[in-house]
Design a protein around this ligand. Structure first.
Ligand code: BTN
Length: 241
């Protein structure tokens, strides 16, 4: 299956572009850009990225089977990017922080924002720090980039092709066997066996992350029971040694 790329030198937000135009665009249209003037992050945060130094794009999903997978698609996206980082750059310490941040050596290298309108479409927005080495401004989690980890400049166009290729192939694979991605996630689950705080019945609670279920809900050991958490903020409080 093919994709179609629309590249913008500058745009407000590639997620917004696809959301505004989804009716006239095909499934697997990718909007990419060198610079976003209003890049959107999760939970109404902004996504900051220097012009031309990073990869920013959004993928439009109109296939109804894929739309029904909902948040599971951001796992497929996170796994695709992680695998590119491992395969192309031979990076070792790549992990996925549930639900969909990618960490390199414990710092954030990629963020994913899933938006859409069910049952019509989904947009998966992805920002990957590639060649940026200074990060000015406030970041909740320390940012890093591929260049900071490899000490080499990456060719963004070559990288982009490989990322799109892995991503679209995995979108096809998930239709054949949805659960094949869970094993990879388990091996790259940044939160596994770590203590986290989470909100249950409007109260902050503390538990230990065990894994995810097949709907990609986080499984937490809490007061000797296993509970599943499907959204909201999970804050890492400290690692269990
Ligand atoms: C996060 O908060 O970690 C998610 C960040 C997602 C950023 C990407 S960059 C391309 C796409 N367009 C946007 O406006 N946001 C996403």
């Amino acid at each position: 299956m093919d994709y179609k790329e629309l590249h913008f030198v500058e745009i407000d937000s590639t997620n917004k572009y696809l959301k505004d135009n989804y009716l006239s665009l095909d499934n697997f249209t990718i909007a990419s850009t060198d610079y976003q003037s209003k890049g959107k992050g999760r939970n109404d945060r902004i996504w900051l990225s220097n012009k031309g130094e990073n990869l920013m794009f959004s993928l439009l999903i109109k296939d109804s089977y894929l739309i029904n997978l909902g948040g599971y698609l951001s796992l497929v996206a996170a796994i695709s990017i992680s695998k590119v980082l491992e395969d192309q750059f031979h990076l070792k310490d790549v992990s996925i922080k549930w639900p969909n941040d990618i960490y390199l050596n414990g710092e954030k290298v990629c963020g994913i924002l899933l938006e859409g309108q069910l049952p019509h479409y989904l947009v998966i927005g992805i920002g990957i720090n590639v060649n940026q080495i200074t990060f000015i401004g406030e970041y909740r989690i320390n940012p890093t980039s591929i260049k900071l980890a490899t000490h080499k400049e990456a060719n963004i166009n070559d990288f982009k092709r490989v990322v799109f290729d892995y991503l679209i192939k995995n979108m096809e694979r998930v239709k054949q066997n949805k659960d094949q991605f869970l094993e990879y996630f388990d091996k790259h689950n940044y939160l596994k066996d770590k203590q986290v705080s989470f909100i249950l019945n409007s109260k902050e609670q503390i538990g230990i992350v065990k894994g995810v279920d097949d709907h990609f809900n986080l499984l937490i050991n809490y007061e000797n029971k296993e509970i599943s958490v499907n959204s909201g903020e999970i804050n890492l409080i400290k690692e269990i040694l």
